[in-house]
Design a protein around this ligand. Structure first.
Ligand code: AGP
Length: 623
């Protein structure tokens, strides 16, 4: 959940650490800190709050050493409040460290360390690791070996990166669970980070540490050890296809807006990654690993959290209709603590943009250990989930910096859509006969959307105007049926997480089973009703809402006069120019940008921190 960066080499360490942390703030931003060598001494600068609180301190006090070496951290608090005292790096005598993840046995370690005469200065579990290293050093081992042996005492998923004043120019990083990535600086030296983004500044060739790996970085390069055996090991490089320019805001006020606008490109990239566009017949699926597993599936269980869970729900609709496969959609945090009954022939598919979400990882791994075939839909090559499952469908959304998932959701929808289309045709079901035609239409969606997703475009301007008129509503319901139901859930989640407004997503038919009691003129109901098989039913639900005086924001086809008449505000979906109709299964790809932009514009008017909403983190690597 926290962000880690480390550097040893010839570049200015303060600059490398600050730049790296700015790439990692999405992982947590309760407090920030850096530590770097000044001569034989390690200087620690830290503060509660965001990176900007330490920026000046670091710039005013650069290290002038020939060899530049330091570590940095951005924290999302788990053990101990978000104070300066609890901020990382933590110093214990000559040992200085940063940590990501949770030390589950921290209470017993803390008690043991206090018995041995140590006095923790913070409330964190992280600081205790420094005492463990000191204790190991007393046994006469060198610095890296002491870190290695200290790490063996820890229970739980975490990674640590450590420096010692007795070994200037050396950075030792250990991983067990929480991700850690390292790379060689082409100018000499090594860079460490908790994900690949900060490394892209310097290289696209990175090493993802395995569980139980240690990386020792110096100006000479990086060596790897297996901490269980203590022996040196070789690790393979991964070549990342992300370029650093994708990481900048490119003139947008927020990453979230930029990422919403990048969705047509995401669609193209993901289609190119998953389909063989040179083939048309019978289905242009590229040779994905895992096709053999999928083809044999008699049942599918999707496991995911948050937005990824919404993408999975859509998968259920598409797969059941086209492929006739029973599909269950499970919340990872519930599934892993239940006693799920999984029939033979079931395939487990974890959906996670990061591939690092603790609950999803654990739930999928439990199934893998039971011998059930496991797959993933994931946006990050080299992520833990993608390396642990039998096969992964990679989405190609590129790095997503905004904490609210937008383009990665888009890519996940597309991945499950492609799975469903492929399996439908393979199984030769009647309902699948339209699939080739639908896929031809799908290929037009990116072009259509790109022309609408322009800051000064009509679609965006209309949503901006609607947002101004509804921003004062006390609460929001997002309702829809069929494919629009998961998008309703996603709309409510987006509004909650970035605008801090109470919102609920509901199946439109469920309103009258309780929530309708809450409706009055202070409430807004966003009705997602494109012209699909559920349209008439949703419109009649809309009338129930209207009778209770709630403010209705309709989202539908531009030519839907009925919807326009019944809605107080109406958002027309982007549609093909020339009035060509689209298959109903494609509507989620048009609805998603509408609900994302509505939430974005409301948040903008409320003045919230859109890219880094309070209390959240991008990658939830704790339970
Ligand atoms: C989405 O906007 C959220 N920030 C969150 O619900 C997210 O989708 C969830 O934490 C799952 O993340 P993952 O896809 O990386 O597993």
């Amino acid at each position: 959940m926290c962000g880690i960066v480390g550097y040893v080499g010839q570049r200015k360490v303060g600059d490398v650490l600050l730049k790296g942390l700015s790439r990692l703030e999405y992982r947590g931003y309760d407090s920030t800190g850096v530590a770097y060598f000044k001569g034989a001494h390690i200087e620690v600068k830290k503060s509660e709050g965001k990176l900007r609180n330490i920026e000046e301190m670091v710039k005013r006090d650069p290290s002038a050493d020939r060899l530049q070496c330091g570590i940095g951290h951005t924290r999302w608090a788990t053990h101990g409040r978000p104070t300066t005292q609890n901020a990382h790096p933590h110093r214990t005598n000559h040992i200085v460290l940063v940590h990501n993840g949770i030390i589950e046995n921290f209470e017993s370690i803390r008690a043991d360390m206090i018995k041995l005469g140590h006095s923790p200065a913070s409330e964190t579990d992280s600081e205790l690791f420094g005492f463990l290293v000191l204790e190991e050093e007393k046994k006469g081992t060198d610095f890296p070996t002491s870190v290695q042996n200290a790490f063996r005492h820890l229970e739980g998923a975490c990674s640590v990166v450590v420096m010692s004043e007795k070994q200037p120019g050396l950075i030792v990083g250990v991983r067990n669970g929480s991700p850690l990535v390292v790379a060689l600086d082409p100018q000499g030296g090594a860079v460490f980070a908790s994900d690949a983004q900060p490394l892209l500044e310097y290289t696209r060739e990175v090493f993802f540490l395995e569980h139980g790996d240690m990386a020792i970085g110096s100006e000479k390069g990086i060596t790897f050890r297996d901490i269980r055996t203590g022996k040196e090991v070789k690790r393979e490089k991964t070549l990342l296809d992300w370029s650093a320019d994708k990481l900048d805001k490119q003139g947008f006020p927020h990453y979230m807006l930029k990422e919403i606008f990048e969705q047509p490109l995401t669609m193209v990239d993901t289609l190119n990654g998953l389909l063989d566009r040179a083939r048309t017949d019978p289905f242009p699926m590229a040779q994905q690993p895992g096709l053999a597993i999928l083809e044999k599936a008699e049942e599918i269980i999707f496991i995911a959290c948050g937005t990824s869970w919404h993408a999975a729900l859509l998968g259920k609709y598409w797969l059941e209709r086209w492929a006739g496969i029973p599909v269950s959609v499970e919340l990872a945090s519930e599934f892993r603590y239940r006693d799920p009954v999984v029939r033979r022939g079931t395939v487990i598919i974890g959906i996670s943009q990061s591939g690092e979400t603790a609950d999803t990882l654990a739930a999928v791994n439990d199934m893998r250990r039971r011998g059930i075939p496991t797959m993933a839909i994931c946006n990050v090559r080299g992520s833990t989930m993608s390396r642990e499952v039998d096969a992964t469908f990679f989405t190609s959304a590129g790095p997503e910096v905004g904490v609210a998932a937008t383009k990665t959701f888009y890519a996940q929808m597309l991945a499950v859509f492609i799975m469903a289309g492929y399996l439908g045709l393979r199984r030769g079901r009647d309902t699948a006969s339209k699939i080739p035609h639908i896929f031809q239409q799908l290929l037009k969606v990116p072009h259509m959307l790109e022309s609408q997703l322009q800051q000064d475009g009509k679609f965006v301007k209309q949503i901006k105007e609607v947002a101004k008129r509804v921003v004062a509503q006390k609460g929001f319901f997002f309702v829809g049926r069929g494919y629009s139901f998961p998008i309703s859930l996603e709309g409510a989640l987006k509004l909650k997480e970035i605008a801090y407004v109470h919102a609920e997503g509901y199946a439109a038919g469920e309103l009258k089973h309780g929530p309708i009691a809450m409706l009055d003129e202070d409430m807004a109901v966003v009705v997602l009703a494109p012209k699909d098989g559920w349209h008439e039913k949703t419109v009649s639900n809309l009338q129930e809402v209207k009778a209770r005086g709630a403010r209705i924001i309709g989202i539908g086809n531009p030519d839907d006069d009925k919807m326009k008449r019944f809605s107080d505000e109406f958002i027309p979906l982007p549609m093909p120019v020339g009035g060509e109709s689209l298959d109903e299964s494609l509507y989620p790809f048009l609805l998603a940008p509408a609900i994302q932009l509505l939430s974005y514009e409301i948040a903008l008017l409320k003045g919230t921190d859109i890219d880094q909403p309070k209390n959240l983190a991008k990658s939830v690597t704790v339970e």
